[in-house]
Design a protein around this ligand. Structure first.
Ligand SMILES: Nc1ncnc2c1ncn2[C@@H]1O[C@H](COP(=O)(O)OP(=O)(O)O)[C@@H](O)[C@H]1O
Ligand SMILES: [Mg+2]
Length: 232
């Protein structure tokens, strides 16, 4: 069977003051449809760099990346943007909601960007809003919501277009532990409902909520502590 995500020998280098900095070192990663995978690693290990490549926000320096059978590493910027808008739902530590927009406007935005008609977009957004229990907050601005509610709005916005992957970078990092647990419970529920989730974290307790943990250490990916790098 084809994997939803298949990365082979992914490297990412940055040039800093005339020096090559190798941030990702021949990473191999396979994720199947419906998996919930945590990428666990300390600060500076390359988690966000990897997330940016998985999410088609950045290109690897070398290596191959296939997403749902498409060769991402050969795509130009316009093609990458298309894939990103249609197939990836992003959730960030700091929510990244648009402050002037209310809950409905924030959640409907990705559908309008895709060119969906207003009435249909509203129907679809309201369905997602109901699913996430945000019905009674439709007209609230982000500043009128708690951190946990803002993150739920961000998750709704990520999911509204039915992406292939939900990609979350430290999604509980700005929340207290109880609210963080609620967000993790929501991810578990979304996983049970069939969504594919990749969650990035430095916190083992957070990673433990996933179905599978891979570790990133100094730009190398490992299936388990003490194993060979997943570079194949
Ligand atoms: N645009 C960039 N230019 C140069 N170095 C970068 C850039 N982005 C990240 N890095 C470096 O890459 C390493 C990994 O960063 P990052 O992926 O943000 O780690 P993490 O998310 O695990 O904390 C760090 O040493 C960081 O300084
Ligand atoms: Mg990071």
């Amino acid at each position: 069977m084809d994997h939803l995500i298949e990365m082979k020998s992914i490297c990412k280098d940055y040039e800093l003051g005339g020096q090559q900095l190798q941030v990702l070192k021949s990473i191999g990663l396979r994720v199947d449809q419906g998996e919930f995978v945590a990428v666990l690693g300390p600060s500076g290990s390359g988690k966000s760099t990897l997330m940016n490549i998985v999410g088609c926000m950045d290109r690897p320096s070398s290596g191959e990346y296939h997403l749902a059978g498409q060769a991402i590493h050969n795509m130009n910027d316009d093609q990458l943007t298309q894939v990103r808008n249609r197939q990836i739902g992003f959730v960030f530590q700091k929510y990244h909601l648009i402050p002037q927009y209310n809950v409905l406007q924030n959640i409907i935005m990705p559908l309008l960007i895709r060119g969906m008609k207003g009435a249909q977009a509203k129907q679809q957004a309201l369905g997602t809003i109901r699913m996430l229990g945000l019905d009674d907050r439709l007209l609230h601005k982000p500043s009128e919501l708690s951190g946990g509610q803002q993150q739920r709005v961000a998750i709704a916005r990520a999911l509204v277009g039915s992406p292939s992957i939900l990609l979350a970078d430290e999604p509980t990092g700005a929340l207290d532990s109880k609210t963080g647990q609620e967000v993790l419970a929501l991810f578990s529920k979304l996983h049970r409902e069939g969504n594919t989730i990749i969650m990035i974290t430095h916190d083992l307790n957070v990673a433990a909520c996933a179905q599978r943990i891979v570790r990133i250490v100094d730009g190398e990916l490992f299936a388990q502590a003490g194993e060979q790098p997943m570079g194949a």
